[in-house]
Structure formats: structure tokens, C-alpha cells
Design a protein around this ligand. Structure first.
Ligand code: GAP
Length: 442
């Protein structure tokens, strides 16, 4: 399958089956902003739930937080975003298009025939200018400089400014972490590749506060745990790799950084960053706020500014990774079968309940079973069309199990449970069905 075709097929499946729609589509869409449909919202929720479970519920040393998107504007001065969260931009005075100066060779001039910016005789490019990626808005009724605030470009800062609140209100001692899932906004110049790089997205970030000197060790632990998490949600290990940031690549706050990259149809790209942020963040917030943010270690009777190890993943990017990883086409009995082979815990719908035919009381029984299962996890009832077609529809939605009510169900109470990947079928009694499915989709 040609790689570009795979992305086109994914985008089309996502729209057709209700995973992802273009924002404001009836008005022509809004650039690089996407909406999640009924299946997409379940998929992304499952990603976030799995992350929250692994990072917060399964651990004693991490607390959750939900900080506001809007923050004091000084936060972004302290973080370095006002001065440094910029891309170099070039404008074309002829066609009015705007390009990233460091990505000209990847960009297309809108004039025909298709060429890179600057290659047409009529191209008239400006010198590069720095452009801040933060979205600005105004707080209160007056649109003046003093009222400017920003939509957060990362969730991390909400954690740093609450670090003492969490410490004082929980029973945590260093080392400990704070985890948060939430929206972030970046006025990206070259967004694209569907939901890979968007202007509004969700981050799943965790900041782990450690004693200086133990940071390298914690950094390595977190690298190992985060890669294991990506394996646990079913991503193909061979399509994941590490990318270490070289000295020229390191962000202003980072002492060391690694990305977890996935081999997308459009190449290897970052899905999560693990950073050793040293004491940069707390040091800057201490300086800009004038509030002491040191930690007092009672046992050792010493004060220090904690170092921070950060793990930062995009929920949308992980959702796209799961979609790309799960998509496959197979030929079955001369026909193409499209399957989203999601790990069952990630699948938006866990099971479908299907009456074999629309008579003999089968729909009534199937509906009763469907309503029982639906109380426990997302299910789908479908009685329209041939059974083979209904299976295919569920394969394409990534549903791991289909339970069919047939003639034998009416006699002995057993249903056919068909598994999505191997298409094997077993018979399960309706009394054991809930346990059978639940054990396999957790
Ligand atoms: N707090 C550190 C931080 O924000 P980052 O590498 O800029 O680091 C972390 O972002 C993660 O957030 C990325 O690995 C990616 O998954 C996600 N992300 C960043 N920008 C994004 C965008 N424009 N669209 C979708 N996801 C994005």
C-alpha cells in the first residue's frame, strides 16, 4: 500500500465512521482544527483513561491536577514562552502566503506549477521574522496591552505554579509527581498530517519532582516506563524508537531530552517527549513570582529547589498513532476486509450484539442482551443487512467482539462470539457473556 494512500484512507475512514471531522466543515473548515465524532471521542477517552490509570491510579507517588487554561501572563514570561516560543517566518509579498524559514524546502508555493517558495520568478520573499506561537486574547472588556493573556501552549506550567499547593495538601514527599490532561493551543505555522500537528490539542503531561543529583536516575526510569506504556496500549514495538536530542536541539529548559518516535506513513515523528528540565522551571517561577519554592527535606534537614523530570505526550497524536498502527486491509473470500485492529482496551466499541435474522424472537433477545452489556461498556446493536456485512462494519470500527443471537440461542442460551482478528467463533452462554467480554476488554 503506498504510504500517502494509507493516510488518505485513514482520513476518509475517520470521517465515514465518525472518528474525526474537520472543524466547522459546513463553513469550509478551520485550518488544522478537528472535531472528534462518536467513535473518535471514545478512542481518545480510552487513551486518556489508560494514561491516567497508569500515571495516577496505579501509583502512590503521583497526584492529579486540572489547572485552568488561562493563567497569569507573567507565567509565560517566567517560562520563557513570551521571549522564546517563536518560529522564523517568511512572507511572500506576491501571493501573500507565509512559510517557516527553516522549512522552505518542505513548503509549496501556491502559484502553479508547483514549486518551492522563492523558485518562481514572481516570488518576492521577505527577510525571516520571528513569530510567537501563543494565541493571545484579552481578559475583561478592554482590548488593551495590559489586558493581554494567552491560551496555554503547554499544560506543564499549571503544574509548576501549583507544585506547593499539591505538596501542602497531599501527603507527598519528594520524589513525587503531578499529572494533568488538558487542552493546549499553538498557532502552528506548518500544521498538518491530519491530527498530528494541530492548533488546538490535548496533552497528557506529568512532572516528577526529584532531589538534585537523583535526576539522571529518574530520567532513565521514566524513559523505560513510558515506552512500556506505549507497548501496553498495543502499538507495534518495531514502529517505536528513541530519538535523543543533540545539543543544538535541546529546548531552553532541558538538560537532557529523548523523544519516543513512531513510524507514521509520513515518516518517523515524535509522539512523546521525556525531558530532564533541571531546576529551570521552579527557579524561574521563584524569581518571577518572588515566592520561595524550595523544598525542605526534614529527614536530611536541608533545603533545595527540586529538579523536574517531565513526560509529555499528545492525546491526539497517540490517537492518530493507534489509528495508523491498527489499520489493515486483508482479502477474505475474494473481498477486501478493512480492520482497525485496536487493542481491546482502546477500542471505542467493545462488542456488538447482532440477531442472525430479524424474526423468531431473535431481535428481542439480542436487544435485551445488548442493553445488559451496555450498562458495563460501549456496545452496538445492529440488525440490518447480511451478517457478513455487519461483521465487516464492526471490523472497520475496530470492535473486538461480535455476539450473534441465532437459532441455538433460543434453545440453549448460547451465543456465537466472533473475535475480530482471527475471525474465530466460540459459543458462550448468555449468563457468562458479560464476564467473558469484560475479562478480554479491560
Ligand atoms: N511541556 C513540554 C512540551 O510541551 P512538546 O514536545 O512541545 O513539549 C509534547 O510537546 C507533546 O505534545 C508532543 O510530543 C506531541 O505529542 C504533543 N504536541 C505538541 N504540539 C502539538 C501539536 N501542534 N498538535 C498535536 N500535538 C502536539
Amino acid at each position: 500500500m503506498a504510504e500517502t494512500t494509507l493516510m488518505e484512507k485513514l482520513v476518509s475512514l475517520c470521517k465515514r465512521r465518525g472518528f474525526v471531522f474537520q472543524s466547522s466543515e459546513i463553513y469550509g473548515g478551520l485550518g488544522s482544527v478537528w472535531d472528534y465524532g462518536p467513535l473518535g471521542v471514545e478512542l481518545k477517552k480510552n487513551v486518556k483513561d489508560r494514561w491516567w490509570r497508569a500515571m495516577v491510579h496505579a501509583r502512590d507517588d503521583i497526584e492529579g491536577l486540572d489547572a485552568a487554561i488561562l493563567m497569569h501572563p507573567r507565567v509565560w514570561e517566567a517560562s520563557g514562552h513570551v521571549a522564546g516560543f517563536t518560529d522564523p517566518l517568511i512572507d511572500c509579498r506576491t501571493c501573500k502566503a507565509r512559510f517557516r524559514a527553516d522549512k522552505l524546502q518542505d513548503a509549496q508555493c501556491p502559484q502553479k506549477p508547483s514549486k518551492h517558495p522563492g523558485e518562481h520568478s514572481t516570488c518576492d520573499l521577505t527577510e525571516p521574522r520571528m513569530f510567537n506561537l501563543m494565541f493571545k486574547t484579552f481578559m475583561g472588556p478592554v482590548e488593551e496591552q495590559a489586558a493581554v493573556i494567552y491560551l496555554r501552549p503547554e499544560t506543564a506550567q499549571g503544574i509548576y505554579v501549583n507544585y506547593q499547593n499539591v505538596l501542602n495538601s497531599s501527603r507527598q514527599r519528594i520524589p513525587f509527581g503531578i499529572a494533568q490532561i488538558g487542552k493546549a493551543f499553538r498557532n502552528e505555522i506548518t500544521p498538518g498530517n491530519f491530527i498530528f500537528r494541530t492548533r488546538e490539542f490535548e496533552q497528557m503531561e506529568m512532572q516528577f519532582f526529584v532531589k538534585p543529583g537523583s535526576d539522571d536516575e529518574w530520567f532513565e526510569r521514566w524513559r523505560e516506563w513510558r515506552l512500556a506504556w506505549h507497548h501496553s496500549i498495543g502499538l507495534t514495538p518495531a514502529r517505536l524508537r528513541w530519538h535523543q536530542h543533540g545539543p543544538g536541539e535541546l529546548a531552553h529548559y532541558a538538560k537532557a531530552a529523548y523523544d519516543i518516535e513512531y513510524e507514521f506513513p509520513f515518516g518517523w515523528n515524535e509522539i512523546e517527549g521525556i525531558h530532564n528540565r533541571s531546576d529551570f522551571d521552579l527557579g524561574r517561577h521563584q524569581e518571577y513570582s518572588g515566592k520561595k519554592l524550595e523544598y525542605f527535606d526534614q529527614a536530611a534537614n536541608e533545603r533545595y529547589l527540586p529538579f523536574i523530570v517531565e513526560t509529555s505526550a499528545g492525546a491526539d497524536r497517540v490517537a492518530l498513532t493507534l489509528l495508523a498502527d491498527a489499520y489493515r486491509e486483508e482479502t477474505v473470500e475474494g473481498e477486501t476486509r478493512v480492520v482497525l485492529g485496536f487493542h481491546p482496551s482502546i477500542a471505542p466499541i467493545k462488542t456488538a450484539v447482532l440477531p442472525l435474522v430479524k424474526k423468531d424472537g431473535m431481535p428481542e433477545l439480542a436487544e435485551r442482551i445488548y442493553h445488559d452489556l451496555k450498562r458495563q461498556f460501549p456496545c452496538f446493536y445492529d440488525d440490518s443487512g447480511a451478517i457478513g456485512r455487519r461483521y465487516r462494519r464492526m471490523d472497520e470500527a475496530g470492535t473486538p467482539f461480535c455476539c450473534t443471537v441465532d437459532g441455538d440461542t433460543l434453545k440453549d442460551g448460547t451465543l456465537t462470539v466472533r473475535e475480530r482478528d482471527a475471525m474465530t467463533q466460540v459459543r458462550v452462554h448468555q449468563d457468562q457473556l458479560l464476564t467473558y467480554i469484560r475479562e478480554r476488554v479491560a
